[in-house]
Design a protein around this ligand. Structure first.
Ligand SMILES: [Zn+2]
Length: 477
């Protein structure tokens, strides 16, 4: 399962940020997973009347059948979409494995190219098993009657009208649903990543990461849920507007506080030490209007030899982070180009744009949850009491991805547009494209990037253009 402690489908990867390389950064999700604090004790007061649209009794069986049919259909559609795209991608990789494209020789030698193809195929085949398993778990959970049973149990612990027990229900459900995915995460890290020489983590570190995630969820996600559900009592029918404000404010707070309170739980951040490299990079930052006091280095090598760099935060809290693995792999000029790329994201205003999209998504999401919660048919179809917000919220979190999946290519289209803009900024800042191309090629070699994804697969899933596309754009400008 996706890590459900995030509470909502779009919170999962919503924390805005940009990286130079796609799909390989394993460290940032740990940061993103955590939810920020906004503790508000139960606000008390009367339970507002939630207006519920009642259906005639005889129609309930029919409505239940229709909802199950539509949800089942959406599940099958997404699964087929995922499987077809990944099968096309594997076929494309195999086709080129026998005969690499003409440009590939300039990027990586034959042995590396073959290893990258094998790595891509192995991850893709494992992805098929993961997707089938996830779909099975989701179908069992949604249709199996477990969640209404859990809701009845947990809701009985609190006094009538209490909200902490409703929050606890969502929390426990999220926790239980994240367990089936753990063996898959373990296999991916200690079998596949290990086999291709990327894994630097240990079982002890992996277990401690999971426990820290759990601790953060208890400290941050549970109070946030409690505060949200308390808003339902406090604000009445307009609760979802306040809920939107609470969650969005929480995201902004996270962007500011994560560096101090969350990141250090998982990684050591150190300022780039004094020396030629630091002087060069700070001079570049000055020249391009970033005005950095420091450039931070993250000990990514603690878990993986994958390399990356990213830009996150806004205003005074903006920061650029380079992985120690990246510094070991690139020349000073190439590192400067990567830094210029990240500064490009800042100078072109990509973070405010992403925040606006996030806000729009959250706003729509909360509006839909409020509408679903007051629509009797929705809760009833899944076996929950009508008018309860907590089950509607949970079901939306579980099922929302079936719909938002189809918006993935739209989001990635704009993400790739931002990457082209950042690349062009880097080229102009460096006075040519050689350093940026050199950096991208090394990143592709060291991370065993697939050079020949199927065009439909990359259009759908890639947040960054392919290396060939990026080089073409860099050369054209
Ligand atoms: Zn980027």
């Amino acid at each position: 399962m996706e890590n459900f402690l995030n509470v909502g489908a779009f919170l999962a990867d919503a924390h805005p940020g940009f990286s130079v390389e796609s799909g390989v950064c394993k460290e940032r999700p740990y940061i993103q997973r955590a939810l920020s604090l906004s503790v508000s004790p139960c606000l008390g007061g009367e339970i507002p009347e939630v207006r519920v649209w009642h259906w005639p009794e005889r129609k309930t069986g029919w409505i239940r059948f229709m909802v199950f049919l539509i949800v089942g259909l959406l599940m099958v559609l997404r699964l087929v979409g995922e499987l077809v795209l990944s099968a096309l991608n594997r076929a494309e990789v195999r086709r080129h494995a026998a005969q690499p494209p003409p440009g590939a020789a300039a990027i990586m030698d034959q042995a590396t190219y073959e290893k990258a193809a094998a790595y891509t195929l192995e991850k893709s085949r494992f992805g098929v098993i993961t997707e089938l398993f996830d779909a099975l778990v989701l179908a069992l959970v949604v249709f199996g009657g477990f969640l209404p049973w859990l809701f009845a149990r947990v809701a009985a612990w609190g006094a009538p009208g209490a909200m902490w027990d409703d929050a606890l229900f969502i929390f426990i459900a999220g926790l239980l649903l994240s367990i089936p995915g753990l063996p898959f995460e373990w296999w991916s890290q200690f079998r596949i990543e290990e086999k291709f020489g990327f894994n630097k983590s240990t079982v002890a570190l992996w277990v401690s990461d999971q426990l820290k995630n759990l601790m953060l969820a208890i400290i941050l996600a549970f109070p946030l849920l409690w505060a949200l559900l308390s808003l339902v009592r406090w604000a009445g029918p307009t609760w979802w507007l306040w809920g939107f404000g609470l969650f969005f404010g929480f995201q902004l707070l996270m962007a500011v506080l994560a560096r101090r309170f969350i990141v250090p739980l998982f990684n050591k951040m150190t300022p780039l030490p004094e020396g030629e490299l630091r002087a060069k990079l700070l001079a570049l930052a000055d020249r391009t209007g970033f005005r950095a006091q420091t450039i931070e280095v993250m000990d990514g090598s603690k878990r993986s030899s994958h390399s990356n760099a990213y830009f996150t935060g806004f205003g005074r809290f903006r920061r650029i982070v380079l992985f120690d693995t990246l510094i070991a792999q690139l020349t000073p000029d190439e590192l400067a180009a990567v830094l210029a790329h990240e500064i490009g994201h800042y100078r072109r205003g990509h973070i405010p744009k992403m925040l606006a999209v996030l806000a729009a998504g959250l706003f729509a999401g909360f509006g839909i949850v409020a509408w679903l919660a007051q629509s009797e048919w929705f809760n009833m179809a899944f076996g929950f009491p009508a008018g309860e917000v907590a089950p509607a919220f949970l079901m939306f979190g579980l099922l929302g991805g079936l719909v938002t999946f189809w918006f993935t290519p739209v989001m990635n289209f704009f993400s790739r547009k931002h990457e082209y803009e950042a690349d062009a900024f880097a080229r102009d800042a460096m006075g040519g494209s050689e350093a940026m191309i050199g950096a991208l090629r090394k990143l592709a070699q060291k991370n065993l990037t697939n050079l020949t994804p199927h065009p439909w697969f990359s259009a759908f899933f890639y947040s960054h253009p392919t290396l060939v596309e990026r080089e073409r754009a860099l050369a054209a400008g």
